[in-house]
Design a protein around this ligand. Structure first.
Ligand SMILES: Cc1cc2nc3c(=O)[nH]c(=O)nc-3n(C[C@H](O)[C@H](O)[C@H](O)COP(=O)(O)OP(=O)(O)OC[C@H]3O[C@@H](n4cnc5c(N)ncnc54)[C@H](O)[C@@H]3O)c2cc1C
Length: 388
């Protein structure tokens, strides 16, 4: 079966849905494919920065109504030392399952044709249009072919076969894990409104409250550690408790919500799509455009911004500007976040970060600002979803 459409969005994460909503609101016909049939969890710290929250609000997503937890404090923990700082703006914490589902619903409301359980398998430029083969979940047969004028590639960490991202010079040797927990009442109280970052050799862990009285534990550790733990989750958790006494306290009496953690390996942190003149009518969004180190940057904000920027330029018939503009916008935060996370991976760097946080908070705030798309000052007066 063949279907001719105007705009095809591949991927129903924040990047794809932001672009789809914005395009539909501008009166464009949009079809969105999401390979998973049902709302699903993703490896993510689930920290929604003030920038991301601003874009979401402008897209019609009501974070408090979805049960998102307001986050007003950052606690940095290094070994036995910890330091707490008030965030300059309220950030939020919400499970990706709930956030992504809400965005897909919002897209449908805006008039986007959303197909869940539909994966794009091939994408090629042929006879002046984009041709994608689509397969439904659970079926081995291609059921339809879509012919589109423009394609918004928002598949996150999954590369489409002919459209792989450039390989990083060095593969990131760390594995990301995520588990939702019920903390004991005391620990839940201690974590209220707080994102806690535990820094240690071989990686870091983040823990914060999410909706429904749960907490999200998300951490990155070297693959070697995982192997040394016999690739067993309980041993890995024990390793984590030993690496951070503070985290040991947090996890005392905690109940795991899932039987197994989610995991991801080889995230290409620091990736930037450099080709400024891509094939006409193909926009790379979110993690397909730039991958910011998760310890120091906001992947969700970048994803949303890229979707909004691409949609805006597409509506203005200014497609050729997109990759150039996105690269210009994302290069500095991605590079800065790489430097910060590199620094925090060393013992001296971690000590310096805690020292700066206690003695020179303004300097630290300046460093953090460089890892963001825009400073909070500019954000305060920003109320539109449109980034250009
Ligand atoms: C360990 C870790 C912690 C992180 N923590 C944070 C954090 O706390 N805060 C933050 O802001 N960012 C965080 N990030 C980054 C953030 O998760 C990503 O940058 C963000 O999800 C990117 O959004 P996206 O829309 O590009 O991709 P995704 O959110 O991955 O969405 C892509 C979607 O495309 C779908 N898809 C894939 N292939 C196909 C196909 N062929 N056809 C149809 N659909 C397809 C997938 O099912 C998926 O739903 C973290 C990342 C990692 C690895």
């Amino acid at each position: 079966m063949r279907e001719i459409i105007d705009n095809l969005v591949i991927g129903g994460g924040p990047a794809g849905t932001a672009a789809a909503i914005q395009l539909a609101q501008a009166g464009k016909g949009v079809t969105l494919l999401e390979r998973k049939q049902e709302p699903h969890d993703k490896v993510c710290g689930e920290f929604i920065s003030w920038e991301a929250a601003d874009y979401l609000t402008a897209l019609g997503i009501d974070l408090p109504a979805l049960g998102a937890e307001p986050i007003t404090n950052l606690r940095l923990v290094n070994g036995g030392e910890s330091i707490e700082a008030a965030l300059p703006f309220t950030a939020w914490s919400l499970s990706r399952r709930r956030l992504d589902a809400a965005m897909l619903q919002r897209a449908e409301l805006a008039g986007v044709k959303v197909h869940c359980g539909a994966a794009a398998k091939n994408l090629q430029r042929r006879d002046g249009y984009w041709q994608a083969s689509v397969r439904t979940e659970g079926s081995s047969q291609f059921y339809t072919e879509l012919h589109a004028d423009s394609v918004f590639l928002a598949t996150g960490k999954y590369d489409l076969r002919q459209w792989q991202r450039r390989k990083a010079r060095r593969t990131d040797n760390r594995i990301g894990f995520k588990m939702h927990l019920y903390l004991s009442p005391n620990q839940q109280m201690a974590l209220q409104h707080t994102v806690e970052l535990h820094l240690f050799d071989h990686g870091y862990a983040g823990i914060e409250p999410v909706e429904g009285g749960k907490a999200n534990l998300c951490f990155l550790i070297n693959k070697d550690v995982f192997h040394r733990c016999g690739k067993r989750w309980p041993d890995l958790l024990e390793w984590l408790r030993r690496s951070s006494p503070h985290l040991r306290t947090r996890l005392t009496g905690a109940v795991q919500i899932w039987s197994q953690p989610l995991a991801v390996y080889g995230t290409p942190y620091g990736y930037l799509h450099r080709s400024q003149a891509g094939p006409i009518g193909l926009y790379r969004l979110g993690d397909q455009m730039a991958v910011i180190p998760s310890l120091a940057g906001d992947g969700i904000a970048i994803a949303l911004y890229s979707g909004l920027l691409a949609a805006e330029l597409h509506v203005r018939n200014d497609a050729e500007r997109y990759h150039r503009e996105a690269l210009k916008r994302f290069r500095r935060p991605v590079r800065s976040a790489q430097i910060v996370s590199g620094l925090l991976s060393t013992t001296k760097g971690r000590r310096l970060a805690l020292w700066l946080a206690s003695r020179k908070p303004a300097l630290l705030a300046g460093v953090i600002r460089r890892t963001r798309l825009q400073g909070p000052d500019q954000l305060a007066c920003r109320r539109s979803a449109s980034p250009v």
